[in-house]
Design a protein around this ligand. Sequence first.
Ligand SMILES: Cc1cc2nc3c(=O)[nH]c(=O)nc-3n(C[C@H](O)[C@H](O)[C@H](O)COP(=O)(O)OP(=O)(O)OC[C@H]3O[C@@H](n4cnc5c(N)ncnc54)[C@H](O)[C@@H]3O)c2cc1C
Length: 289
Amino acid sequence: MLRPFELVEPTSLSETFGCLEHHGEEAKVYAGGSELLVAMRLGLLHSKMLVNIKHVPGMDQLELENGSLRVGSLVTHRRVETSALVRERFPLIARMESKVANVRVRNVGTLGGNLAFAEPHSDPATLFLVYGAEVVLQSSRGQRRIPLSEFFVGPYETVMEPAEILVEIRIPSFPQGMKGAYIRWGVLERPALNVAVGARLAEDRLLEAVRVAVGCVGPIPIRLQQLEESLRGMELSAAYQHIGSSGTAVRQWLAPVSDIFGSDDYKVYMVKTLLQRALRQAVEGDDHG
Ligand SMILES: Cc1cc2nc3c(=O)[nH]c(=O)nc-3n(C[C@H](O)[C@H](O)[C@H](O)COP(=O)(O)OP(=O)(O)OC[C@H]3O[C@@H](n4cnc5c(N)ncnc54)[C@H](O)[C@@H]3O)c2cc1C
């Protein structure tokens, strides 16, 4: 049952920061409410005040700027999924978004809320890592840009300071010639495991550049930079083999635990399998965006 709370509806960023600073821990940002209200209804979280940021202007842009996609934090999953711009320039992102939750959640849930909540089973977080995305955070002290790879600290924990909010996500295009793939795995609505790969083949068909991200397995989604480095310069068949034999390292990098999504052994096995599959899909596919 929902305990009573006060709802405030600022219409500017300065009003939002004033409210968050004045009420401290008692106030929580409210965007689509799809996570927040569920957590409050289940009694997992309580806040005396919700600060609804949906009427604050300047956080709903979805546009291209110098090849990067600028996504305001209030943009919903559904808007990204159905955007003609995203479908044309970042088709992999539009397809990933079409798999998030269900259409009801996608209609209200925002990208900013998804990343700010830092739920380890996030689709966008894992895919955005291989694009080298950044988040723009703002408080009354100004703005700062943080690589997404440095944003998550642990489950439900980010580097955001109290009274700081996420205002925008910036997603650069892949470098020239790089193609990508994203695979999510699971039987429940949220992914049990997901992987994203970006890969570019040189003329001699050796892997010239590789980006690899894995989510849901460890406490936060991460880029496997050591694996990326070891794959660089390899032939594809050698790369598939190398991934297949990297179980010990994968276990060390991701520290999987056994839970309702599967045993630690199963997760290591699935990470290797899905990474091989994603690499194949990336180099054979057509997703340049
Ligand atoms: C049934 C269900 C299934 C789901 N399945 C998936 C799935 O398959 N894949 C997936 O990736 N996600 C999934 N989700 C999560 C979903 O993507 C998020 O619920 C949604 O994007 C959160 O956005 P929101 O605007 O509703 O956030 P809210 O619920 O409003 O807020 C979530 C948290 O983020 C904070 N917050 C929100 N916006 C900001 C901001 N701009 N700055 C700072 N803090 C902020 C809030 O204070 C709160 O702590 C699922 C959720 C549900 C309920």
